[in-house]
Design a protein around this ligand. Structure first.
Ligand SMILES: Nc1nc2c(ncn2[C@@H]2O[C@H](COP(=O)(O)OP(=O)(O)OP(=O)(O)O)[C@@H](O)[C@H]2O)c(=O)[nH]1
Ligand SMILES: [Mg+2]
Length: 347
């Protein structure tokens, strides 16, 4: 984690509670992605020449936006130039910027029961409005006696366990009573890793034996949560398994068990590593086909990721990117915000 960004976090701690955390910004953390988009930013201050189109196309493809979306964006920009709606490099980049923001903005998802909350926060004020309108809030049912279960799924190494820890910190920081379920019984270290997060956050954890049945762990976690008055279970899962049991079959079983009252699965978050680029999309399809995924957590966008993958995920999977990982630290998880994201890339 970059130390420089956390200076303001070191405000005095009063009454044992953590001082207000200042989350990292896209602009600070999207180093590599900003590099990939530098070619586009450099079109500013110039005219629109035939070579401009090659530069645009190459940059978008290199940024992982994907062939289909790149084609669509370029076609629309060409039309505007042809019809003299835009004439300068600046206008071209601004046009592209608003097209990308539009592409990344979601329409309201109707009919959701429960409270939509801004990721990392409880339902208060303006943040809720934004979250609901955007369909990016994390669903939490306030109903008496219900234990909300958020499942974190994805292939190995993408950042599931880390994300569970970060979400636990945010949720408990905003006043929810959280319990962690170590549903990755594939290796002992996975339980240890989650236990470290539980310690850090001050959350209870339920673990099973190594090689044990993960759905039994999740079941026990829900029972414990109900008995102890925790309203939210965050369930980590394995990215791979010892046995021949298909990972997806195992997840279906966990989900079935978690749906038994008092449990209620209110989020299934697919964790994807942004640095795997278009490969991530292939993985994602396998999961979405099997366990009704409600949103994506895109991790490692601070690393060697190229940024455009966010566009590809939402366009090609039709799934909202709800949270973005911008580092390994406990506070390096932020709600996805299209305008902030595109603004950081295109300046
Ligand atoms: N730079 C960066 N690293 C991250 C981010 N999220 C997770 N990581 C790192 O990615 C590595 C793998 O993270 P884990 O949380 O263990 O991944 P996992 O999906 O639980 O992996 P398995 O349990 O093996 O399936 C760790 O070194 C994390 O610190 C992120 O947003 N940015
Ligand atoms: Mg893990």
């Amino acid at each position: 984690m970059e130390e420089g960004a956390s200076v303001e976090n070191e405000a005095p701690v009063e009454g044992g509670t953590l001082a207000e955390v200042v989350p990292p910004t896209f602009r600070e953390r999207l180093g590599r992605s900003r590099g990939v988009f530098a070619g586009l930013r450099s079109l500013r201050g110039k005219g629109v020449a035939p070579s401009t189109w090659d530069e645009l196309e190459e940059s978008l493809l290199r940024a992982d936006v994907g062939v289909a979306t790149t084609g669509m964006l370029l076609e629309e920009l060409r039309r505007r130039v042809r019809e003299k709606e835009i004439g300068s490099g600046d206008e071209l980049v601004d046009s592209l910027r608003s097209d990308l923001v539009d592409l990344l903005s979601l329409e309201q998802r109707g009919g959701a029961s429960g409270t939509e909350i801004a990721p990392g926060g409880v339902a208060t004020g303006e943040a809720v409005e934004v979250a609901v309108r955007d369909g990016r809030g994390l669903r939490f049912d306030e109903e008496e006696g219900v234990v909300n279960v958020w499942l974190f799924v994805g292939v190995n190494g993408v950042g599931k366990t880390t994300t569970v820890g970060k979400v636990a910190r945010q949720q408990s920081g905003s006043g929810r009573s959280v319990l962690l379920a170590a549903g990755d019984t594939f290796r002992a270290a996975a339980g240890e890793q989650l236990a470290t997060w539980a310690d850090r956050v001050g959350a209870e954890i339920v673990r099973g034996a190594e090689g044990g049945d993960p759905s039994a762990v999740v079941f026990d976690a829900i029972q414990r949560a109900a008995a102890r008055g925790h309203s939210l279970v965050l369930a980590d899962t394995a990215g791979r398994l010892h046995t021949k049991v298909n990972l997806v079959e195992e997840l279906k079983k966990i989900r079935r068990v978690a749906e038994r009252p008092p449990g209620r699965v209110t989020e299934v978050l697919l964790v994807l590593d942004a640095t795997t680029g278009q490969n991530g999309l292939v993985q994602a399809r396998e999961f979405t086909d099997a366990v009704a995924v409600t949103g994506v957590v895109l991790t490692k966008l601070d690393g060697t990721a190229k940024g455009g993958i966010v566009v590809a995920i939402q366009r090609e999977l039709g799934l909202p990117v709800k949270l973005v990982g911008l580092g390994e630290g406990p506070d390096d998880l932020v709600p996805f915000d299209p305008a902030g994201f595109v603004g950081a890339l295109l300046g």
